[in-house]
Write a protein that binds this ligand. Sequence first.
Ligand code: COA
Length: 164
Amino acid sequence: MIRAYQAHDYQQVAEVFWETTTRVQFASETERQQFQNQYLDDYLGQVAFVAVEGEQVLGYIIAQLDTLKTEATWAPHLAIFREDYASYPAHLHINCREASQGKGLGGQLLAALENDLLARGVKGLHLITAADARNVNFYKKYGYLQVALKPWKSTDLIMLGKIL
Ligand SMILES: CC(C)(COP(=O)(O)OP(=O)(O)OC[C@H]1O[C@@H](n2cnc3c(N)ncnc32)[C@H](O)[C@@H]1OP(=O)(O)O)[C@@H](O)C(=O)NCCC(=O)NCCS
């Protein structure tokens, strides 16, 4: 079942975040907390949905409504796609527990977010990931198209977007 995020989900959503993140090394606990704030906590007051089975949170999707308005808190790599945010304003992150991947939950979470954004009058949404990540195929399967591909440090980043 997909439903709106509620405050009592926080602990489990944070567990999913740390289960699925690719970054595991931090110089300090403060830096670790900043990372969680930047990629999870700062979004929870905007738009957030969870996939649940009973009391268990299996996955979540979170989004900022208007990326251009949050520039002060951007991670540095967000600046390289600046010219495309006006067309795809909302910025999303999605993660599912490993045991719940590949069963269609991610697609249901995307649909819940897209319907919510559409109802708010948001005209498009996007995400940024590594160009060679497995999840690129996930987004393409659900209708996201490549908006831009740019080098970043030693890799390439891809911005995928959907007009609503
Ligand atoms: C990416 C993710 C949210 C997709 O949700 P999901 O419920 O697994 O995906 P669905 O079942 O709706 O869609 C299946 C498609 O997703 C992709 N996929 C499946 N398992 C995946 C995995 N472990 N990681 C990345 N993509 C995956 C495949 O393209 C698959 O299509 P196929 O069945 O035709 O091969 C989820 O797999 C996940 O959390 N992965 C790890 C973290 C991650 O990559 N998050 C996104 C960061 S940008």
